[in-house]
Design a protein around this ligand. Structure first.
Ligand SMILES: Cc1ncc(COP(=O)(O)O)c(C=O)c1O
Length: 457
């Protein structure tokens, strides 16, 4: 506990205005009572009462180097002395140019151009528009390709376009009347930690996508997928080989491959890009979240030269798309500093050490009666709770996260799953503290359940 710098009246005022005025994302406001964070120190958040929380969710998978990192703070402060904003429409800035060059140097070789946006959904929106327009003006025979082939349970953001390609019942079903039609294949449920049958599982799903492509390839502008792991779908890990297989199908059926690395990219998956695991060269790649270390909103859509060149010509071939803050120099400065840190952590083996520690901890949880599944890709882990029957236990993960908060660990549930997505900068001791707390709380909740007869299994 740290001393608070707020009086009781100030705290009461902040809580009441927050509840009554701020409409919080993905939150039922009728009974809202969230934390109010005053500041961050390294991997910790400190609320207005002075209580400290380990930010084990990296402030929604973004703050890969924690909070108030001196190098990122300095990069932003230095840039602020020069200029805060320069439009990307017909203008540029050295920091933004340096970032574009850096991204192309780091990204899969197929990618040569960078379109800057503001958040994950806008990066996916522009990826889809680029793919659609590409076919209209590429080569000698322009083609009308207005469908996207997407994965079951996909999540790519909350704008109408990204909701159309999404498939998470709870988030997307209501908006169906507003959405354009898409082709949807199965969700490739697999595992990274338990991959005994993975080849057969990958092949089964690839066969289903082959059938869809055989029938519809000429209508499909692009296959859009989150590679290796569908995070918001409830941490669905794909069987190894599925991504590579999908990339090969895209080549065989001459359609584009868009990969959404907004959650898994930027070092989060244990490599800079998830595509590296299966040596995949996508046509378009979207990044966001950890790009600026969670400091400022910025995302980017990277494309191949072939795609970029289809937009060269007269005014009618222009990509008429843009976001006011795309390429913002403050965000670019944060991103350059972040990527330098991430790269050096990848090179020094720090991320792989932490990943191995997380693997051991997750394996240790596996034997607990209330734990149905653990899995991991780099610094993206999951603990799924429940017994043999799913339904009565749906709120377990929520209860566990509420109890964890009392212990000073912040994690956010996703259905029955608890994603474990801590900062890449988490220390050995902090990661141990996280899992010690998680083990203790799961045990306690299971015992309370047993005592009340509700959770016994
Ligand atoms: C895979 C993926 N794509 C897109 C998005 C949307 O990003 P944003 O919330 O920044 O719009 C998310 C957000 O969680 C995501 O996980």
């Amino acid at each position: 506990m740290n001393p608070t710098r707020y009086s009781e009246q100030e705290i009461a005022w902040l809580q009441s205005v927050d509840r009554d005025t701020v409409w919080h994302a993905f939150s039922q406001m009728s009974n809202y009572a969230g934390l109010i964070i005053d500041r961050g120190e390294g991997n910790w958040l400190i609320d207005i009462h002075g209580k400290r929380y380990l930010d084990a969710a990296s402030s929604l998978w973004c703050n890969v180097h924690g909070h108030c990192h001196p190098a990122i703070n300095r990069a932003i402060a230095d840039q602020l002395e020069k200029v805060a904003h320069v439009t990307n429409l017909g203008m540029s800035h050295p920091e933004t140019i340096r970032l574009a060059e850096r991204l192309i140097r780091l990204a899969p070789e197929s990618l040569k151009h960078v379109f800057f946006c503001s958040d994950g959904a806008s990066a996916v929106e522009v990826a889809m528009k680029i793919a659609f327009q590409f076919w209209k003006q590429s080569g000698a025979a322009p083609q009308e390709r207005n469908k996207f082939l997407v994965l079951g349970n996909a999540y790519h953001g909350d704008t109408i376009g990204t909701v159309a390609v999404g498939g998470v019942e709870q988030f997307h079903r209501l908006f169906q009347p507003l959405l354009f039609p898409v082709l949807r294949g199965p969700c490739p449920y697999g595992s990274r930690m338990h991959s005994e049958r993975s080849e057969a599982v990958a092949q089964k799903h690839l066969d289903a996508y082959r059938s869809l492509l055989e029938e519809h390839a000429r209508e499909i502008a692009a296959v859009l997928l989150e590679p290796l792991l569908q995070c918001a779908a409830g941490m669905v890990y794909h069987p190894p080989g599925f991504l590579k297989g999908m990339a090969e199908l895209c080549r065989e059926f001459d359609t584009l491959l868009i990969v959404d690395e907004i959650a898994v990219g930027m070092g989060r998956c244990g490599r800079m890009f998830a595509c590296e695991y299966e040596s995949v060269q996508p046509d378009v790649l979207c990044i966001g979240k950890g790009l600026t270390g969670g400091y400022l909103p910025m995302s980017a859509t990277l494309t191949s030269r072939r795609i970029f060149e289809a937009f060269l010509g007269d005014a009618s071939q222009t990509l008429y798309h843009g976001h006011t803050y795309g390429g913002n120099p403050l965000a670019a400065a944060a991103a350059n500093a972040t990527l330098e840190l991430t790269q050096s952590m990848l090179d020094s083996g720090t991320i792989s050490d932490r990943t191995n520690q997380m693997k051991t901890e997750l394996e240790g949880l596996q034997s607990m009666s209330m734990v149905r599944r653990v899995d991991q890709l780099g610094m993206l882990g999951v603990v799924e709770l429940g017994g043999p029957s799913n339904d009565p236990l749906r709120r377990l993960s929520k209860r566990v996260c509420e109890e964890l908060l009392l212990e000073g660990v912040w994690l956010r549930p996703l259905g029955n799953a608890i994603p474990i997505v801590p900062p890449l900068s988490i220390s050995h001791a902090e990661l141990k503290l996280l899992f010690d707390s998680l083990r203790r709380v799961i045990q306690r909740v299971a015992m309370e359940g047993d005592n009340s007869g509700r959770l016994a299994h």
